[in-house]
Write a protein that binds this ligand. Structure first.
Ligand SMILES: N[C@@H](CCC(=O)N[C@@H](CS)C(=O)NCC(=O)O)C(=O)O
Length: 208
């Protein structure tokens, strides 16, 4: 059996949070950048039918897609790393709630911002108003999370939900200073997380 994980993605995409988790677990993994050309994406679809980033090959070669599911799985299979509360506890229920909220709402609005032409039968003709509405929705979803940060998503305890939120917040396309002024607790969380070696390493890889 292949002992290591294989992480598929591309710079600036959802593979960021998965790479941070793998770094924190200290498990062997190979990071594979998928080329963005249509032919390469078609080949990638043979492994990952969504053709999207991220996808993770588990040590037994099973391919997983969906970022929140991958993070939840990595946390559950490495309980000693404390990336999430113990499954079955109330704290874990909260963890699941925020992971799915972030995936279904914040990530979803980010996709509407960056791929706005896909959300209308008129394609690019409607892209501008779709992106504007998505940007407003993105901020509104983060404002809801902001009201519960203390300083982490789960209060005093760090979890991989914080990294997921860190990544998603970094995708805000507008004026970063105004964004942070509007979301001061989120800005503080970003400051807390930024020096983590796992984040520094992943930031460097995604910037290279
Ligand atoms: N719900 C998926 C969304 C994945 C997704 O759409 N990722 C973006 C990059 S962040 C992507 O692959 N975009 C390329 C495309 O849609 O063509 C997840 O959470 O993993």
């Amino acid at each position: 059996m292949n002992e290591s994980y294989k992480l598929y993605g591309w710079p600036g995409s959802g593979s960021f949070a998965i790479q941070v988790a793998l770094e924190e677990l200290g498990v062997p993994y190979e990071r594979i950048w998928v080329a963005r050309e249509p032919a390469a994406i078609e080949r990638f679809r043979e492994l990952n039918p969504t053709g999207r980033s991220p996808a993770l090959a588990l040590p037994d070669a099973t391919i997983m897609f969906e970022s929140a599911a991958i993070l939840i799985h990595l946390a559950a299979t490495h309980p000693g790393a404390h990336l999430a509360p113990m499954p079955g506890t109330v704290a874990h229920a909260r963890f699941l709630q925020w992971m799915i909220f972030l995936s279904a709402n914040v990530y979803e609005t980010a996709l509407r911002i960056y791929y706005s032409e896909r959300y209308s039968t008129r394609g690019a003709a409607d892209a501008e108003p779709i992106a504007a509405k998505a940007t407003a929705d993105f901020i509104a979803h983060l404002e809801l999370v902001e009201r519960h940060l203390a300083p982490h998503v789960l209060g005093a305890a760090y979890s991989i939900a914080d990294v997921y939120l860190y990544m998603l917040a970094s995708w805000y396309p507008g004026d970063k200073a105004a964004f942070q002024a509007r979301l001061p607790k989120l800005a503080r969380l970003v400051q807390i997380l930024a020096p983590r070696p796992s984040i520094l390493k992943t930031e460097a890889d995604h910037a290279a």
